[in-house]
Write a protein that binds this ligand. Structure first.
Ligand code: ZN
Length: 304
């Protein structure tokens, strides 16, 4: 469906809607793309930015990795409609100084007028995050005490969920209230394909005594919900620091690579360029190491 909105009207609309919705709740993005042009998004996950640029982990400087990704995004020939950070923005404990460093790293994106959105991972802390990035705090959260939102694009809606249970505890949880909201929000936006994004991996392994669940504690509830809505096409997540495309029935599972460090040396780190169009969504790996054999690999999710 080609949409032609005059530039001035479009800008006014975006300004008004952004102001009215105060940061992150329901936002229309990508309507500037002409005709059948794809809407592009830059996706980053697991940036793990520490309180000072000196801190390194697993042989990686996390601050430098994020700065490099930010430079690459700003150098893209087409400016993405939004830049999404899928959780674990902060290093480990979600400290105010982690977010101060994070905010400094992403400032060049803000300076070029980029739309930024974050989901919360197990190493994040919502009050500390809002403390450093006040514009991200909605006046009226869609789900109480949770950082969630909906991005409407011409071709699909992207639902940003909050799977943070307790800061620096590996287990994730959406909770009954968020799942109820998601179900209603999906029904209210059933006119376009839906992409669900949250930090945590799905975890279908049976609980073991004395061992914390490493993924989403309410995986079964989420999957039941997503499988009941045929317009949900993909679940996009991070957490495992792995780049992969797998399937769960009809649902595509897209595992975004970490921007920070990897747990397995064979895995690439970097970020992902997504292209949304009327046929589906493509995810293209932008590895930090351009000589990595998976750099440029594309995973495709078709709407039908
Ligand atoms: Zn992580």
């Amino acid at each position: 469906m080609p949409l032609h909105i005059p530039a001035v009207g479009r800008r006014q609309f975006l300004t008004q809607s952004a102001a009215a919705l105060a940061g992150l709740s329901i936002l229309r993005i990508g309507y500037a793309a002409e005709g059948d042009q794809a809407v592009t998004l830059a996706l980053l996950s697991d940036t793990h930015v520490p309180e000072t640029p000196m801190v390194e982990a697993r042989g990686v400087n996390m601050t430098a990795n994020l700065q490099k990704a930010v430079e690459e995004i700003n150098a893209l020939p087409t400016k993405p409609a939004a830049v999404l950070f899928n959780g674990d923005c902060a290093y480990l404990k979600g400290l105010p100084r982690d977010y101060a460093n994070f905010a400094q790293c992403v400032q060049p994106l803000i300076d070029t007028g980029q739309e930024l959105h974050m989901t919360m991972g197990n190493h994040d802390n919502i009050p500390a995050f809002y403390g450093a990035m006040a514009s991200q705090k909605p006046e009226q959260p869609l789900v109480e005490s949770k950082h969630v939102g909906i991005l409407e694009t011409p071709y699909a809606n992207i639902f940003l969920l909050d799977s943070l249970m307790t800061t620096n505890v590996v287990t994730g949880e959406l909770g009954a209230a968020q799942l109820k909201w998601l179900s209603q929000a999906l029904d209210a936006h059933a006119n376009k394909p839906a992409v669900i994004m949250a930090h945590h991996t799905l975890d279908k392994s049976p609980p073991q005594v004395g061992k914390a669940i490493s993924g989403l504690a309410d995986t079964a509830e989420l999957l039941e919900l997503l499988h009941s809505k045929p317009h949900v096409k993909a679940y996009v997540f991070g957490h495992s620091h792995v780049w992969a495309h797998t399937h769960e029935g009809d649902l595509n599972l897209i595992n975004l690579p970490a921007c920070a460090y990897v747990f397995n040396e064979a895995q690439p780190n970097g970020w992902t360029l997504a292209r949304v169009n009327e046929k589906g969504i493509e995810f293209e790996l932008q590895a930090h190491d351009k000589s990595h054999k998976k750099h440029g690999q594309v995973f495709t999710v078709k709407w039908a």
